[in-house]
Design a protein around this ligand. Structure first.
Ligand code: ADP
Length: 357
């Protein structure tokens, strides 16, 4: 089989069905042709699409006379060095080179967590509020497509999103923070969000690139990611320029295992991890002022050191954080004299330092 024929065919095989705009040639990492047998190595960050890609590649190669088709997948980010078998020009394209800048935003920070319920949204919203309090222009993008809590926590459940004639979305404002969430676009709070690949990619792409955040420019956009290391995180990492990620955890060991996965994922999509935030670190008894480490001794510092990452700060458990969260007012704006508000301000300062350092 002729190399050029195979390459041409791979170039023509688009992958629209899974909502991406590239072809099989764009994800080709290595190829060997021996007689009528073809070996391909394809880049795919999620094994969810392996069956689809394998079937597609086998189909097109067999249609041009291949006898045996062997396919292997890799989720390794591309290396700077050239592969041994020179792939076609498009295959050499680094998928991460196609990252686009989110319009009208100076600095973009993603807030992530290994698992749900650790307070990721609480931290994201309060970081946005802390930055606003410091005088910055701030946006908050709730990209937790499966469980958006941004509208509740920012008291914005009844806010309207406007769409301009050119298709750009105008974000509403709450507490002076521009915000967008899938929760604002759903007909009712109880609507289950069942995203299939292509629809999710489309919605996310619109959230990243089609929001008119400001007349001029936002200083910071805080993106509240879904928990874990799934499609949203990977797509975001591959398509948008993100200046850094903050990983939220609680002190338990089980949460820390997921932190390690999160760090690895951000390394793979080449987003610098600005640091870890430990939430629910300790409880201060309001009556006695005594400090209780109710989850036991924290090992977060150890993990941070192991990965050479900063611990940006620790936030105590304070009932007021949840109370004001439910009321739709970030604690940083509602009660500035609390230990958690002070911690959030300190974390925001440390984050700015990391971003400018
Ligand atoms: P996640 O986004 O990780 O799922 P949330 O931010 O929704 O977590 O927080 C889960 C619950 O814990 C919410 O009810 C929130 O108000 C509460 N919570 C988060 N952080 C604290 C804290 N430091 N003190 C008290 N309650 C908190």
């Amino acid at each position: 089989m002729a190399l050029q024929g195979v390459i041409d065919r791979l170039k023509k095989t688009t992958l629209e069905e899974i909502g991406v705009s590239f072809s099989l040639a764009d994800i080709l990492r290595d190829m060997k042709i021996e007689g009528d047998n073809v070996y391909l190595k394809l880049f795919s960050p999620s094994d969810k699409y392996h069956d689809f890609l394998r079937k597609k590649a086998e189909e097109v190669l067999k249609s041009i006379g291949a006898q045996q088709v062997e396919i292997e997948f890799t989720n390794e980010p591309p290396k700077a060095t050239a592969p041994q078998t020179p792939p076609p020009p498009q295959a050499q394209q680094n998928p991460f080179e196609n990252k686009r800048k989110i319009p009208k935003v100076k600095k973009v920070v993603a807030v992530a967590s290994g698992k749900g319920g650790v307070g990721k949204s609480t931290v994201a919203v309060n970081l946005a509020a802390a930055l606003k309090k410091m005088g910055y222009e701030v946006g908050y993008l709730d990209a937790d497509m499966y469980g958006p809590s941004g509208p509740t926590m920012l008291g914005a459940k009844d806010k309207q999103v406007l769409a301009r004639e050119d298709g750009k979305l105008i974000p509403p404002e709450s507490h002076g923070i521009k915000m967008m969430s899938i929760g604002l676009l759903l007909p009712s709070e109880d609507t289950p969000v069942i995203w299939r690949g292509p629809v999710l990619f489309k919605a996310l792409s619109q959230f990243l690139f089609d929001i008119d955040w400001a007349e001029d420019e936002l200083d910071f956009l805080i993106i509240d990611l879904p928990p874990g290391t799934g499609d949203v995180q990977i797509t975001l990492g591959q398509t948008a320029e993100i200046d850094g990620a903050v990983i939220v955890t609680t002190p338990q060991d089980v949460a820390l295992i997921d932190v390690k996965k999160g760090i690895q994922m951000f390394n793979e999509v080449m987003i610098p991890v600005l640091g870890i935030v430990e939430n629910m670190s300790y409880f201060i008894c309001p009556e006695t002022d005594k400090k209780y480490e109710i989850f036991g001794k924290s090992r977060t510092e150890e993990v941070a050191k192991q990965y050479n990452i900063d611990l940006l700060g620790k936030i105590p458990i304070e009932p007021k954080v949840a109370e004001f969260g439910d009321l739709g007012i970030p604690i940083v704006l509602a009660k500035e004299d609390t230990a958690s508000s002070k911690a959030f301000i300190e974390i925001a300062e440390n984050m700015i330092r990391k971003l400018s350092g």
